[in-house]
Design a protein around this ligand. Structure first.
Ligand code: ADP
Ligand code: MG
Length: 263
């Protein structure tokens, strides 16, 4: 991606030799053992690896929820690895949009209010918050569900609300940790379609998953084992969600027509 004066832009994410050690009494867990990673603006990265390989630990560092034990993390050229907890929280609110497996929406609160929530703490005027929340819900295809509460929405619709909420502060990156873990396979394809649309519009996305079928919608594949990156390659055989959904719709229409003819 071109930056100023035609030189390549600085990466959005630059992790240098990060380690993470959890101490449990006398016992140490080496969750990251020297991880280096660069992600440029507009990339769509899938982070894969077996359970316990360090994916969530990396996500917590990338998302400014935690700091590495050693090494550096530059987010948009700012070294955030040594920031205080408060300063880190401020960067997190401004730069990161999170999407989790469990949606993490407030119950008994409308889709619109859930999406407005991240702007409650950063001084966005209420009218601007409302405008941006409506725009984000439109963007994820929920224009007709503003006033529904989470328990009145399907799992896929709830995850769309969560994605809208992740977008409203116009973050530098979206971090999604197993976002399809609670969804059926058809809804998972739809959700990956939402991520691919956002990425096509320029959003940088880091998707964490242990499912190769889901990782295949990303453009680049980073694989962890035992706290290290063991592979970092362009995605072979990338899946395109809109094409698959179109095929599924065709198959469903053909089946319906067959059924009607037999009746
Ligand atoms: P993954 O997301 O790939 O399943 P994690 O990053 O959650 O892996 O975990 C990596 C390793 O660190 C595992 O051995 C896990 O048990 C350990 N771990 C993760 N979080 C903590 C914690 N808060 N305290 C102690 N150990 C942890
Ligand atoms: Mg995990």
């Amino acid at each position: 991606m071109a930056g100023v004066n035609g030189r390549p832009a600085d990466p959005v994410i630059r992790v240098e030799d990060a380690t993470k050690v959890y101490r449990l009494g006398d016992f140490e867990v080496h969750a990251l053992r020297g991880v280096s990673l660069e992600v440029r603006g507009g990339e769509f990265l899938a982070v894969m690896g077996a359970s316990g390989s360090g994916k969530s630990t990396l996500m917590n560092i990338l998302g400014c929820l935690d700091r590495p034990t050693s090494g550096h993390y530059h987010l948009r050229s700012q070294d955030v690895s040594q920031l205080s907890r408060d300063a880190l929280a401020e960067v997190r609110n401004r730069e990161i949009g999170f999407v989790f497996q469990g949606f993490n929406l407030l119950p008994r609160t409308s889709a619109l209010e859930n999406v407005e929530l991240p702007m409650l703490y950063n001084g966005t005027p209420p009218r601007e918050s409302r405008r941006r929340a409506l725009e984000a819900l439109d963007r994820v295809g929920l224009a007709d569900r503003y006033h529904h509460h989470p328990n009145q929405l399907s799992g896929g619709q709830q995850q769309r609300v969560a994605i809208a909420r992740a977008l409203v502060n116009r973050p530098a990156i979206i971090l999604a940790d197993e976002p399809t873990g609670n969804l059926d396979s058809r809804t998972s394809v739809e959700m990956m379609g939402v991520f691919q649309d956002l990425n096509r519009e320029g959003m940088t996305i880091v998707l964490i998953t242990h499912e190769p079928d889901i990782a295949a919608y990303a453009a680049r594949n980073v694989v962890f084992r035992d706290g290290r990156i063991i592979q970092d390659l362009p995605m072979a055989h990338r899946r395109i969600a809109t094409e698959e959904l179109r095929e599924m719709a065709k198959t469903a229409a053909a089946a319906e027509k067959d059924g009607a003819e037999q009746a």
